[in-house]
Design a protein around this ligand. Structure first.
Ligand code: ADP
Length: 704
């Protein structure tokens, strides 16, 4: 092997930006001095020549050092390179980087530099540098098996060890022998170097130092109770603590600098932001102006740009600050300048599949030590900083060293279908860490139940059609089934609504004062069968009222979610036409399907998501059910529109919580007869002894 391991790359002459003879690429001169100050700049020539020399280059460098913005541009200077793609785990990062780099190069986004993410793109034939999400690249691999479209493939943020990133790396390793001229660059903040390097075997590794300042770490900071919370407050302790620490810094701290708070999700972020806004008014005489900015993955690009704005000017000698409330997206994915104070909840929301009950869950869990260090590190980019950890030193010691890679804890159903459609043999497919046999088995069983695989694990026609949709397997199954039940419009609508970030939030939550009005407004849309048809109703009214924001406001509906769904609808409709699931001609004069037809299509997708009335339920207890798949005690989420109890429910998500009961959300009541009709088509067992037989059905193994 000609692997060369080289640590602390040797900076070459930084004044020499271009080697004679090397291609010149466009740049906007006004950004040059900023770019030259990035820690990565001195390594430019070194990095370019490594890429020229080796097929696989692995680059490790501190977050914010300039990897994601600079290296892709430099790749355009490499000899014989004209098309470069850089993949990111998150949509928001892909879009933001494309915009930033287009600025730096002085070009228009969508022209020479562009991006492609799910349901949205700005790129053209002249795009030479494309930022995409990992998912898009995996999808492209389904049709362009050796990614001939690119000369250099850069995979960024590999340290996050996202499921799709790991799959992508596995797929790319397979094409290396067939494309000796292809260049692959793996980029990462902190890295389990041996694991990734061993995986490639033949590689060129470099690490360059970042600039960091010392950081004081304060565990469980004792704070004066600035804010009085009621004892019954339902928020997590760290949410309340975080608000207190922010206030403490704003009122007492003499040092200038911005604040970054890490919590687990959008609900907490919205709550903290709102609370702080109020406090800023109450305490306006004892602190400067505070700019409170939320940051999470699903935020629209324009709102996200606020985090790059300068902090407000100091006012009457009081220090003004930016205060960013973020998910772990700010841990390594997005770099914010000027942060001096970090407040770390010690928690992160991780999605996983419970290995025992096979239930998907999205629960806040403790972060790992390496995450805690990354978070603290955000405070020391420009000057010495402070990190307030809202947990004890003991709790820190008890944390795992690294987060378990997603591939070892996720639902693999959609990924395995994609691999199968690509004709990849799961037995020989290599990934940095393999999933557990249980996970694979679970996914395959699901795919058989959805008729995506036959009992011998071969992909069916339905499976091939499903794989064309960038959606969860259940949703794509439902779309394919919609043709059988002649309700394509309705199911497209539902799929579009369900694939948004927070489908459950289409009804806006309001305070006590307006609650009655909101309930009244919602009643106009409620369908007696439950949430699925209610959503379809909402969308239909949205369209027939001209997709107006003021109309949504009047009806207490979330305009952003509906508007987003409209765009998604069009994209999915295109795929439906390509698959001939819709005939474009007859489509313009749709007949109105029966509600039962729509429910049957929904059931075809959610055939494993059933819950039966708990036989032990008291008559007054109207919301207790048991899931068919795994006998879990569940109850309806308060957002559900169903009110009385039913024999059989079909649900979209089941959220496992820390309590005795888990919640079902987006639920419809289904008639047992409907289930039988669908079951007959799909080969699912009949209902009467459903629970027992279903489990047997799950265990049924093909005889090969
Ligand atoms: P890395 O990939 O090493 O984490 P980046 O290349 O993403 O580093 O970032 C380099 C610098 O460019 C950082 O200081 C970051 O704050 C800045 N930057 C990146 N994107 C933007 C943007 N959209 N607007 C303003 N500054 C940005």
């Amino acid at each position: 092997s000609n692997s060369s391991t080289y640590t602390w790359g040797n900076p070459t002459d930084s004044t020499q930006d271009y080697k004679p003879g090397r291609k010149k690429i466009r740049q906007n001169m006004s950004f040059l001095s900023k770019r030259r100050a990035l820690p990565i700049w001195p390594y430019k020539s070194d990095i370019i020549s490594r890429i020229e020399q080796s097929q696989v280059v692995i680059i490790e460098g501190e977050t914010g050092s300039g990897k994601s913005t600079q290296i892709p541009q430099w790749c355009l200077e490499v000899e014989n390179v004209s098309k470069v793609v850089c993949s990111q785990p998150r949509r928001i990062a892909a879009i933001s980087l494309a915009n930033r780099v287009a600025h730096e190069m002085g070009v228009v986004v969508g022209d020479e530099v562009g991006y492609v993410v799910r349901f949205e793109h700005k790129s053209s034939l002249s795009t030479n540098l494309k930022y995409v999400t990992d998912g898009i690249l995996v999808r492209q691999l389904m049709t362009d098996r050796s990614l001939e479209a690119y000369d250099v493939i850069i995979i960024d943020e590999v340290h996050e060890r996202r499921l799709v990133t790991d799959i992508l790396i596995g797929l790319i390793k397979q094409i290396l022998p067939y494309r000796p001229e292809l260049r692959v660059v793996i980029m990462s903040a902190t890295l389990n170097k041996n694991q990734i390097c061993d995986f490639f075997g033949d590689y060129n590794y470099m690490k360059f130092p970042g600039k960091t300042h010392p950081i004081e770490k304060i565990f469980l900071p004792a704070v004066i109770e600035r804010v009085k919370f009621s004892k019954n407050d339902k928020n997590e302790k760290y949410v309340i603590q975080a608000i207190n620490v922010v206030m403490e810094i704003c009122i007492v701290e003499q040092k200038e600098g911005d604040i970054l708070v890490f919590v687990t999700g959008r609900d907490e972020i919205d709550y903290i932001c709102e609370y702080l806004e109020d406090l800023c008014v109450t305490y306006k005489d004892s602190m400067g102006t505070i700019d409170i900015i939320p940051l999470y993955g699903e935020l629209p690009y324009s709102s996200q740009q606020r985090i790059f704005a300068k902090a407000p000017k100091s006012f009457q000698g009081r220090i003004s600050r930016k205060c960013i409330i973020a998910t772990n997206i700010a841990e390594t994915s997005i770099t914010i300048e000027g942060i001096v104070f970090v407040i770390d909840s010690g928690k992160v929301k991780l999605s996983s599949v419970d290995q025992k009950c096979h239930m998907k869950s999205l629960l806040p869990v403790d972060i790992s030590k390496s995450s805690a260090e990354q978070r603290a590190g955000r405070a020391g980019r420009t000057q010495p900083g402070k990190c307030y950890r809202l947990y004890s030193q003991d709790a820190y010691e008890a944390m795992a060293n690294d987060t378990i890679p997603e591939i070892m804890r996720s639902d693999l159903t959609s990924v395995i279908l994609q691999l199968k459609v690509m004709g990849i043999d799961l037995e020989t497919f290599e990934s940095i860490n393999p999933p557990t046999p249980d996970q694979v088995e679970f996914a395959i069983e699901r795919l058989i139940q959805l008729n995506a695989l036959d009992p011998y694990h071969n992909v069916t026609k339905t499976g091939r059609q499903m794989a064309r949709f960038p959606l969860d397997a259940e949703v794509s199954r439902m779309l394919v089934a919609s043709k059988d039940y002649s309700c394509q419009n309705e199911i497209l609508t539902l799929a579009a609504m369900l694939s948004g970030d927070r489908p459950g939030s289409v009804f806006v939550l309001v305070g006590k004062k307006k609650r009655e009005k909101a309930i009244e407004a919602r009643a106009q849309f409620v369908h007696p069968s439950g949430d699925h048809l209610t959503y379809i109703n909402v969308y239909k009214h949205f369209i027939s009222n001209g997709c107006r924001e003021d109309w949504c406001f009047d009806k207490f509906l979330n305009f952003k979610i509906l508007n987003e769904a409209r765009k998604t609808y069009e994209q999915l409709e295109q795929i439906m036409i390509e698959l001939r699931l819709i005939n474009p001609q007859s489509h313009s004069f749709p007949s109105k399907p029966e509600d039962s037809q729509i429910l049957k299509a929904i059931l075809s997708g959610y055939i494993c998501h059933l819950a039966q009335k708990d036989p032990h339920t008291m008559c007054t207890d109207k919301c207790k059910y048991i899931t068919v798949l795994n006998n879990l005690n569940v109850t309806l989420h308060p957002s559900c529109t169903l009110s009385t109890s039913y024999d059989l429910l079909c649900y979209t998500t089941c959220i496992r919580t820390n309590f005795t009961y888990s919640y079902l959300s987006i639920v419809s009541a289904v008639d047992v007869k409907l289930y039988h009709e669908v079951a007959r088509r799909t080969g699912a067992p009949p209902l009467p002894k459903l629970q027992k037989e279903y489990r047997e059905f799950n265990r049924r193994k093909p005889r090969i």
